[in-house]
Design a protein around this ligand. Structure first.
Ligand SMILES: Cc1ncc(COP(=O)(O)O)c(C=O)c1O
Length: 484
């Protein structure tokens, strides 16, 4: 099979063209039953591709035909032993990595600025997380994931850890020194797991940071849908490891996925791989070029500052230059306010915003006119809008505490009750509480609540900062484990 082929897409296309009478799920029957307003907008063709498992189109859970071939092509494209298609995004990939690499009761070193699916992986797998605090950069107002030194210290302190889990690139496109981290893990026999949700394209252009599998990660998950051209939810889990049992990975992938995968999403993974291999260098080259042009223009504006690769490299990390992280603090507005203005007045939607930054993600489909629209809008905002200066500082308080119970036990086996915030010290937390900023959990299930943490949370409540996990408008109470 060659990389120019797309066996799954071709199978699906041929099936759709055959106009086969459907006595299988889904119930819309080749689009006939779809609400006419939707059908009018999309046309009917795509519904002939919305099929279910039968021999011609293969089964995601026991691939023997075109899905198997498409996965093999994917593995070859990335230079790994095995690639698994995922239809529930990298979220399910993160859960799969924990469940296949670590036995219940083992421990894993994890940076605390992890995506919420990492917590799900920790709960489902029953591991003890050993947390590393991310680094805060108060000049750029961004968080940096674990450095090799932090990981080395953690491995020295917890030699029993089975695996190291790293997020690279982060949402801002900052990549960790994975080559060093992989060397460290290899020399100590630890499994390296990488959440590379934001990096499916790294392998396909020389001006992008080194990717996880090239650096030597044992497993990594990529959201092909985030940057390359797969449809939403289309992600891939790659495995290249002597330390991970691939049969177990296969079982876990199957355990966590639907038995009714969206075949158009699966076929789009096949096509995205073909496109990345055959045209990635050219297409990504353009995206990189327009991103750099945009960054230069933004950096001539008075009140905006776009993070550069030099900024990031000088701090020991690298950066995916297709991401535009624009610091807005000099406007006196928050990132959320700028996001709102961009959406409502200029019809430009960014991917994320926090108090300090907006994050504009470019993908393989981005072009020059998109960047121009974005930068023209920022140029106008730069002149037109000025808020009252913010006094925010991005910081992660030092709130050391101990993990007393396994997060899994707290989630699944323990009774809980709510206690007033003022009386929470000493209890074991039964929920995750994450203030924004900085977006790092202050407490997770199984951790001891200390008086310092209570004071900090009270202080956030006084300042009207919303804590994700709170019930109601303010954080008045915390869910704690009820002693048996
Ligand atoms: C770092 C990171 N990991 C994992 C995910 C989950 O990916 P998906 O949306 O493909 O499930 C996200 C989603 O935003 C993410 O930012």
């Amino acid at each position: 099979m060659r990389q120019t082929q797309s066996p799954l897409f071709v199978t699906l296309l041929n099936h759709a063209k055959n106009r086969v009478v459907s006595f299988h799920t889904p119930g819309h029957k080749n689009g006939r039953g779809i609400d006419p307003r939707l059908r009018k907008f999309t046309g009917r063709n795509m519904y002939y591709m919305d099929v279910t498992v039968f021999p011609e189109v293969d089964s995601l859970h026991d691939p023997q035909g075109p899905i198997k071939k498409a996965q093999q092509l994917m593995a070859r494209a990335y230079g790994v032993e095995h690639s698994f298609f995922l239809v529930n995004g990298s979220s399910s990939g993160n859960m799969t990595m924990f469940m296949s690499a670590c036995a219940p009761g083992s421990s894993v070193i994890v940076s605390r600025n992890a995506h919420k699916s990492v917590m799900a992986g920790i709960v489902l797998s029953g591991v003890w997380p050993i947390w590393i605090q991310p680094k805060v950069d108060q000049n750029l107002d961004v968080l940096f994931d674990s450095s090799p030194d932090q990981i080395k210290d953690a491995l020295d302190k917890y030699p029993e850890a089975k695996a190291v889990f790293v997020t690279s690139p982060t949402y801002n496109g900052v990549t960790a020194d994975l080559v060093k981290i992989a060397e460290l893990c290899r020399s100590r026999g630890k499994i390296l797991l990488v959440d590379e949700a934001h990096g499916p394209h790294l392998k396909f252009h020389k001006d992008l940071p080194v990717s996880a599998v090239e650096a030597g990660a044992d497993m990594c998950v990529q959201s092909t849908h985030k940057i390359l051209s797969a449809l939403s939810q289309g992600s891939v889990l790659h495995v290249q490891s002597d330390l991970v049992d691939v049969t177990r990975v296969r079982q876990m992938v199957s355990l966590l996925q639907t038995t009714s995968p969206q075949y158009i999403t699966l076929a789009s993974l096949d096509l995205a791989r073909r496109q990345a291999v055959t045209q990635g260098e050219k297409l990504l080259g353009r995206v990189i070029h327009w991103a750099e042009e945009g960054r230069k223009r933004i950096n001539t504006l008075k009140h905006f500052r776009c993070m550069t690769r030099e900024d990031v490299r000088s701090r020991g990390y690298d950066m995916d230059v297709t991401k535009l992280t624009v610091n807005v603090t000099r406007t006196g507005l928050s990132g959320h306010e700028v996001e709102d203005i961009l959406a409502k007045e200029y019809k430009v939607q960014v991917d994320a915003a926090d108090l300090f930054n907006i994050i504009a993600i470019m993908g393989i489909g981005s072009d020059k006119s998109d960047v121009e629209r974005f930068v023209d809008a920022l140029t106008e905002i730069d002149h037109k809008y000025h808020g009252s200066a913010q006094n925010w500082l991005l910081e992660i308080p030092t709130l050391a505490t101990e993990m007393v119970l396994l997060p899994r036990d707290v989630f699944l086996n323990m009774k809980s009750k709510r206690v007033p915030l003022s009386k929470a010290a000493g209890h074991i937390c039964a929920q995750t509480l994450t203030p924004y900023p900085p977006g790092i959990p202050v407490l997770i299930p199984g951790e001891r609540i200390t008086q310092t943490i209570v004071d900090y949370l009270g202080h956030l409540t006084d300042k009207n900062i919303r804590v994700v996990g709170q019930e109601g408008d303010t954080l008045r109470s915390i869910k704690v484990v009820t002693p048996r």
